[in-house]
Design a protein around this ligand. Structure first.
Ligand SMILES: CC(C)(COP(=O)(O)OP(=O)(O)OC[C@H]1O[C@@H](n2cnc3c(N)ncnc32)[C@H](O)[C@@H]1OP(=O)(O)O)[C@@H](O)C(=O)NCCC(=O)NCCS
Ligand SMILES: [Zn+2]
Length: 225
């Protein structure tokens, strides 16, 4: 056991363990830089599966059974439904709804107002049973710009980038930059988010090449990538 800044004691278990009970801090308290979970007094965090170092801000709601990894940041008015799965070091900006069957892998960025979905053909009178909801996966390091809509059943590849306002209706290859409605690829981006030229070399030093399978997008051509 190790002491917390607030004087209580917390175990140093990693995020993959279950049954973590988020700690609460007083209004206006400085959010922790350590490994405890910060739940704003005006937030509702019902899940015990929230990793250390994660911050849940005002009016956010994390339902029981939702998984949130370590070091995440869930902004005001974020909703995370039972069955949603969020990895480590994920940022979810304000007013994002993360439904059942949505998976956000490690280090994903979700911009404000992004809309996920899980029911392809919703009707009130002919309800879709949850078993028929379509999964959505956002790959490691990907970023989704403000107000984008992600139709259920798609995979956004690792390090891909969805421009603000894009409506994604089909899979996005890794490192693709997509924009518009429906979103189409308008370029390729580096892991650092810079747009790549035809030599697939970024000024940050990372280099890429097209994967043999076009659907696999770009793959690293040097170790730094
Ligand atoms: C995609 C993005 C990174 C491109 O930025 P950029 O490289 O400076 O882009 P530019 O303004 O030079 O535009 C390049 C082209 O992409 C198009 N484009 C850029 N953003 C677009 C968007 N959101 N939707 C549709 N097309 C877009 C431009 O029209 C332009 O096309 P053209 O060459 O035919 O005229 C940026 O526009 C974006 O959407 N960023 C996300 C911001 C965001 O939501 N942040 C969330 C945290 S606050
Ligand atoms: Zn780069």
């Amino acid at each position: 056991m190790r002491p917390r800044a607030d004087g209580t004691r917390a175990s140093g278990r990693r995020s993959s363990t279950r049954s973590r009970v988020p700690s609460r801090r007083s209004p206006g308290a400085t959010p922790p830089t350590g490994r405890s979970v910060f739940v704003h007094p005006q937030a509702l965090c019902e899940s015990e599966d929230v990793g250390p170092g994660t911050r849940v801000w005002a009016f956010a709601h994390v339902m029981v059974g939702a998984h949130v990894g370590a070091g995440c940041n869930l902004g005001d008015h974020v909703f995370v439904e039972t069955g949603a799965w969020i990895g480590d070091r994920v940022t979810v900006k304000n007013q994002v709804l993360v439904w059942d069957r949505v998976t956000l892998e490690d280090e994903v960025f979700v911009g404000p107002g992004v809309v996920f979905t899980n029911d392809l053909r919703p009707r009130v009178r002919f309800r879709t049973p949850p078993k028929d909801f379509l999964p959505t996966r956002v790959g490691r390091g990907a970023a989704i710009g403000a107000n984008a809509t992600i139709r259920c059943g798609v995979t956004v590849g690792a390090n891909a980038f969805v421009a603000a306002g894009g409506v994604v209706i089909r899979d996005v290859p890794p490192h693709a930059l997509v924009a518009g409605n429906p979103a189409r690829r308008i370029g390729w981006v580096c892991a650092c988010a810079e747009t790549l030229g035809s030599d697939f070399t970024c000024r940050c030093g990372r280099r890429y090449r097209l994967a043999a399978d076009g659907a696999a997008g770009l793959v690293p051509a040097n170790r730094g990538a």
